[in-house]
Design a binder for this molecule. Structure first.
Ligand code: 6GU
Length: 230
């Protein structure tokens, strides 16, 4: 999988992807992340990529031309499955969307800034708009890092224990059950007996019940109505 990120803050993202599990995934050749400075495609001598909004009002708007040139150049080099624009009014990122994107070969992610992009970018160049929650960030970069991280960790081989991505919170529509490790009794705080019983079927059903109970309490919208969802 290859992800091309277009941003006005390339150093910020490059440092994030230069560390951690994502870096390991890149050195293993499982994913390739290329961060591009939008200013590279500016035609302005001051390398500007934004301008005042028509009709007036506060804040600057990112111009269509540099973004168009950036996306066209990338598209001339390879085929992309999606051109994603990170925006607080986009489709909410959740595990089903993350799963779908993890099966893609090549993605472009455009990070918004200022008062956002010229609407013609969204009309003509973008295939999907994604938000990471109902709150406003100063730019789309952190959101792009969140989306990329969530997607990359699902690529086979990226995280050590492959079954662990499948047993994540949300992966089966439930949050994760409680987990414990040694000691079995810490100053009187005890681990549930069933986990030490060695009886795998009983352990599995205990974990399932706990996951359902926790989902009902914390994320009822994930459950179907017959399991107490809303
Ligand atoms: Cl994708 N961008 C910005 N600027 N703020 C956000 C967001 C994205 N998602 C949630 N808040």
């Amino acid at each position: 999988m290859r992800i091309d990120i277009i941003t006005v803050l390339p150093d910020l993202l490059a440092s994030w992807f230069g560390e951690s599990i994502v870096q390991r995934a890149q050195s293993k050749g499982l994913v390739e992340i290329q961060v591009h400075d939008l200013r590279t495609w500016s035609t302005d001598k001051h390398r500007r990529v934004d301008d005042y909004p028509f009709g007036g009002g506060a804040g600057m708007v990112m111009q269509v031309e540099p973004i168009h040139r950036a996306i066209e150049q990338l598209k001339s080099e390879r085929t992309y499955d999606e051109v994603i624009y990170m925006s607080p009014d986009g489709q909410m990122l959740d595990q089903p969307l993350t799963n779908r994107l993890s099966t893609c070969g090549n993605l472009i992610i455009l990070c918004g800034h200022y008062k956002g992009v010229d609407e013609r970018v969204r009309e003509h160049l973008i295939t999907r708009e994604v938000s990471i929650g109902d709150y406003v960030l100063t730019g789309g970069e952190l959101a792009a890092a969140v989306l990329s991280d969530a997607v990359i960790r699902l690529v086979p081989g990226v995280i050590g224990d492959e079954t662990s991505a499948l047993s994540d919170s949300f992966q089966d529509g439930l949050v994760a059950p409680p987990a414990y490790t040694r000691p079995a009794d810490y100053q009187g705080w005890k681990v549930p007996e069933v986990l030490m019983s060695g009886h795998q079927a009983r352990i599995d059903s205990w974990r399932y019940e706990q996951a359902v109970e926790r989902t009902r309490n914390r994320r009822p919208h994930l459950l179907p109505p017959e399991q107490g969802g809303d």
